[in-house]
Design a protein around this ligand. Structure first.
Ligand code: HDD
Length: 751
């Protein structure tokens, strides 16, 4: 393949940018100029799919970047792309510049409307493997034993715009597209098992109340403002979802450490037509863990992409996140209740102690998207994308969703052909007789897009159930009168939030109190605060009293007797121990540290499936002095690292004082004289990590620095030893509990 020659290039010399007939400007090329390479594999454009890995780049075929030369959209090779076509150097730009017009026109239309909710998200490809345990209750092919189905999962926040921060207090979306052999199945769930409202007709209201105020468009990605709290106190059905949002569930440590819920009750259908009601649960193998509120706030400033980065980094590092899909099952009775709980009410849960979650398959995310827009932005989920073996119920919230998700794609993706976007394409054969419309990319053949027909041989044919045809379950509809009303059971708005509160550990309850107090204190209207306190009084007097005290308002009493509920220990997060895969360990060292041990430790962290980040006084490398062994690459510096990036921190001794380093002198101002021999930039890093109950470890003379930072070497979760690997082993053991909960002695979890 011959490279294009600009007119000012001569044979044997690399072409450089310049104008014809003029000497080339003397600028350094950013990279060596070389012969054009063939396109990289991931430049062959979006194709269809493959069972594993990033499916959209795995296949040849569709058109994206396919040549080595810069071209117009029509494939015309370009010789110059930096200057508009002008009448003379200083003259006006000519309208005939087709390249300028095409380039700017495309740019002008690069943005599409962001999602009206769940605008901010991150996604990954993966594989779902059925265990076969659901086959008794569902004939869905993808749930059969050992069937592997490609999936695309998008996580999101609800309220914020596309560019908002990841770590805000909010519900998280957990939407999964299963590309099954029987068509696409979308499980469009959240990390919270209940919803604010019981009827979809209220969805525009709750979202208007949660979104920024329409006059100034503030606050962004927050529920801490008057309109949200006005709405939820006037619609007490929202109380259950709201208390989950005020709990640690709304500030997850990672998308990888969240549960997911289908929220509604669905109906599974077996091969004989028998039906079972189910609720879907995703259980993360890494456990359910959260940030502390202060961490979430710091991260919002220092790394607004924290969750997006965490997911992508973990997958790139091979620490593939995994979830088990499970179902709670209930007999499909005409009442559609279980133990008195209305299964059609999306503000209610069924405690796992009453109906255990039974695992039915494993999800693994193993490939990052290649192009954010093409995949994460254009993916279109819809709760009505069902497969044989899974049907809906009459939950009135679900009914409205079945309309909304198709409808919204018309304005978001520009028309009804969004199923043709590569990430949305089913992996099953399609013969739908849909034709034309905006953004049609298929070239349909035949003359008879209707059926029955006699001109195209009668094709396509209808399937029977034995051919995997979809049949709605013939559920009897009771004779009834048209009303705009809800059943009486929908008016219990307190027993479920009360159960949630009573099920939390003391530490988690304290976080709930702090969250309510913070959010309500951000409301300007006293009437809104007081109405919310009345709602809390009906959940629990202690909760109400503590929030009222924080707000400086009197605590109202309950409006009646409090419901008598049994706690559900499954709802608490602080319990058990979990794998440490993908956890981030900061290793603090300087040029004088024992770098051999730092290197060994890095390897040990990696071997443990975790991510080591070396933090040094300067960028580049540590060591490298003659006879000092191999240098160690630095990933973070004392000037740019914050504790919130790490799950645990290790010290390879006490780094020498860095007086000359940028920022060191400022940080030293007002410092404790006991810390005089340490680098002052490390003190807030360590004391913050200590305050956030993270494991801290060290060897060599690291006890000095830890003590100076207010982390006494014998305090809970502070490990000082002689042997780095032994220290790491202890730290890893502590990480299995996510945090050193004993650092909050007064609040030790008892639940
Ligand atoms: Fe919704 C997006 C989850 C109720 C209308 N929703 C959306 C997403 C998730 C959920 C995860 C993002 C999907 C993606 O990543 O593209 N929504 C839920 C859950 C609900 C729920 C778990 C209650 C159980 N939603 C709900 C109602 C309505 C909508 C009641 C409307 C009546 N939701 C939408 C939407 C969105 C959406 C406007 C915005 C973008 C999109 O659909 O594709 O149609």
């Amino acid at each position: 393949m011959e490279p294009a020659k600009s007119e000012n290039s001569t044979d044997g010399e690399p072409p450089v940018p310049g104008r014809p007939g003029r000497p080339a400007p003397q600028v350094d090329e950013p990279t060596d100029v070389h012969e054009p390479w063939p396109p990289k594999p991931d430049q062959t454009g979006p194709g269809m799919y493959s069972p594993t890995g990033n499916p959209l780049t795995a296949e040849r075929g569709a058109r994206a970047q396919t040549g080595a030369y810069l071209t117009t959209a029509q494939g015309l090779r370009l010789t110059e792309s930096d200057h508009s076509l002008k009448a003379g150097e200083r003259g006006p730009v000519l309208l005939q510049d087709h390249h300028l017009r095409e380039k700017v026109m495309q740019f002008d239309h690069e943005r599409i409307p962001e999602r009206v909710v769940h605008a901010r998200g991150a996604a990954a490809h993966g594989v779902f493997r059925g265990y076969g345990t659901a086959s008794e209750i569902s004939k869905a092919a993808f749930l059969a034993a050992d069937v592997e189905t490609p999936v695309f999962v998008r996580f999101s926040t609800v309220l914020g715009s596309r560019g908002s921060a990841d770590t805000v207090r909010d519900t998280r979306g957990f939407a999964t597209k299963f590309y099954t052999t029987e068509g696409v199945f979308d499980l469009v769930g959240n990390n919270i098992p209940v919803f604010f409202i019981q009827d979809a007709i209220k969805f525009p209201d709750v979202i208007h109340a949660g979104k920024p105020h329409p006059d100034r468009e503030i606050p962004q990605a927050q529920s801490a403002h008057d309109t949200f709290w006005d709405f939820v106190s006037l619609h007490t059905e929202a109380t259950h979802h709201t208390i989950w949002n005020m709990s640690d569930r709304a500030i997850p440590r990672s998308f990888r450490m969240m549960e997911g819920f289908g929220v509604h009750t669905f109906r599974m259908v077996d091969a004989r037509g028998g039906t079972t009601l189910v609720k879907f649960h995703w259980k993360p193998k890494a456990g359910v863990h959260s940030l502390l509120w202060e961490e979430a706030q710091l991260l919002g400033g220092m790394d607004p992409d924290f969750h997006r980065r965490d997911l992508a980094d973990a997958i790139e590092a091979g620490a593939y996140p995994e979830w088990e899909l499970g179902v709670q099952t209930f007999p499909d009775t005409p009442e559609q209740t279980f133990e008195g709980i209305d299964l059609l009410d999306p503000t209610k849960i069924v405690p796992e102690e009453l109906a255990p979650v039974q695992p039915i398959g494993l999800l693994q995310l193993n490939a990052n998207p290649t192009n954010f827009f093409a995949e994460t932005e254009q993916v279109a989920f819809h709760p009505g994308h069902l497969v044989p073996g899974i049907d809906i119920t009459d939950d009135p919230l679900l009914a409205g969703r079945l309309f909304s998700y198709l409808d919204t794609q018309i304005s978001r993706l520009g028309g009804p052909n969004f199923p043709q976007v590569p990430v949305n394409r089913t992996h099953a054969p399609v013969n739908d007789m849909q034709r034309d419309a905006m953004h049609q990319t298929a070239v349909h053949s035949g003359v008879a897009p209707y059926r029955p027909n006699s001109l195209d041989g009668g094709c396509p044919f209808l399937a029977g159930t034995e051919d995997h045809g979809y049949v709605e379950v013939p559920v009897p509809v009771p004779a009834a009168t048209k009303v705009r009303e809800a059943p009486a059971s929908f008016s219990d708005h307190t027993s479920h939030p009360r159960r949630f509160w009573l099920s939390l550990t003391p530490t988690e309850r304290e976080h709930v109190v702090a969250a309510y107090t913070f959010e309500l204190s951000k409301c300007d209207e006293n009437a809104v605060k007081e109405r919310n306190l009345r709602v809390l009084a009906d959940i629990d007097p202690e909760l109400c009293g503590q929030v009222a005290a924080g707000l400086g308002l009197p605590a109202p009493g309950p409006s009646g007797p409090l419901p008598d509920v049994t706690p559900s220990p499954a709802l608490a997060q602080i319990k058990g121990s979990w794998p440490v895969t993908g956890r981030v360990i900061g290793i603090i060292a300087d040029d004088g540290a024992d770098l051999d041990s730092v290197r060994t430790l890095r390897e040990a962290v990696l071997d443990g499936g975790m991510v080591p980040l070396v933090v040094g006084p300067h960028g580049g490398r540590l060591g490298g002095r003659p006879g000092g062994g191999e240098p160690v690459v630095v990933q973070r510096t004392f000037a740019n690292a914050r504790s919130v990036e790490f799950d645990a921190i290790l010290l390879a001794g006490t780094p020498a004082r860095g007086d000359d380093a940028y920022g060191a002198r400022d940080a030293k101002a007002g410092q404790d004289p006991a810390a005089a021999d340490t680098d002052p930039r490390l003190l807030p890093l360590l004391s913050e990590a200590y305050r956030h109950a993270k494991p801290l470890g060290g060897w060599a003379d690291s006890a000095d620095l830890l003590a100076a930072a207010g982390c006494p070497p014998h305090a809970p979760g502070v490990i000082v030893g002689d042997e780095p690997r032994a220290v790491l082993a202890e730290i890893t053991g502590l990480l299995r509990y996510h945090r050193v909960w004993d650092r909050f002695p007064a609040r030790i979890a008892t639940g």
